[in-house]
Design a protein around this ligand. Structure first.
Ligand SMILES: [Fe+2]
Ligand SMILES: [Fe+2]
Length: 228
């Protein structure tokens, strides 16, 4: 029998279910293998860190903490929802713990469309699945926050300010060793304009598209929309 969970949510009130306080819910059975060992507390930072370290992803735990801080900073700078930006930063890579081999089926379970290229390279599905986990497990209901999580790797056409902020925070505080090759140009651009910052990274990736294993159509659409 599935375990019934109870958690106390103290994440920003805009992210809560309308009737929330204490509530009990049953974790979706497909998510239980990955999340059932982690008791949720009143701290999103603590819970995300616990999940990622439990599954031996300490580097990603450090990365999402830095992205959360950077996203909040950018949200303050550009007048966006700072709590939403920070929440998206914490949760954007939470599905890293779900193995590639399980991702296509998990998307199907939650009714998430999977593109042929995504099925071939399921690493990229982590942006969509992190939004699923944010909603299912962490009670995030704000569509703007879920959108920002769901396109943080690729961006997309018609991206919102929050989408762009989380996208850029993820690129400034990247999860690779060393300094990103585009960092100086990106940091200069982001001091004055978030769209210019997006263009720096989109141009960088576009120029090396022939070396990518998969050119995601959301990325291509964002590039074409923002650089034409
Ligand atoms: Fe990511
Ligand atoms: Fe990330």
């Amino acid at each position: 029998m599935a375990q019934v969970w109870q958690k106390f949510l103290t994440v920003p009130h805009t992210l809560l279910r309308p009737d929330d306080q204490w509530y009990a819910w049953q974790m979706h059975s497909e998510l239980q293998p990955y999340f059932q060992d982690i008791p949720l507390t009143d701290s999103l930072a603590r819970d995300v860190t616990a999940v990622l370290t439990h599954h031996a992803f300490p580097k990603i735990a450090g990365h999402v903490a830095r992205v959360a801080t950077e996203a909040k900073r950018l949200a303050i700078q550009f007048g966006a929802d700072e709590d939403g930006a920070e929440t998206a930063g914490w949760l954007h890579d939470i599905s890293a713990i779900i193995p590639d081999a399980a991702r296509v089926e998990l998307c199907a379970t939650f009714g998430i469309p999977v593109l042929p290229g995504e099925a071939e390279f399921p690493m990229i599905l982590h942006q969509k699945l992190s939004a699923v986990v944010a909603q299912e497990l962490f009670g995030v209901v704000d569509p703007a926050v879920l959108s920002a999580i769901g396109c943080h790797t690729t961006l997309k056409a018609g991206a919102s300010l929050l989408d762009k902020i989380v996208f850029i925070a993820d690129k400034i505080k990247w999860d690779q060793p060393g300094e990103p090759p585009y960092l100086a140009e990106l940091e200069t651009a982001v001091t004055h304009n978030i769209d210019d910052a997006c263009r720096v990274y989109l141009n960088y990736l576009w120029q090396k598209r022939d070396t990518l294993r998969y050119v995601h159509p959301w990325f291509q659409a964002a590039y074409e929309e923002m650089t034409r």
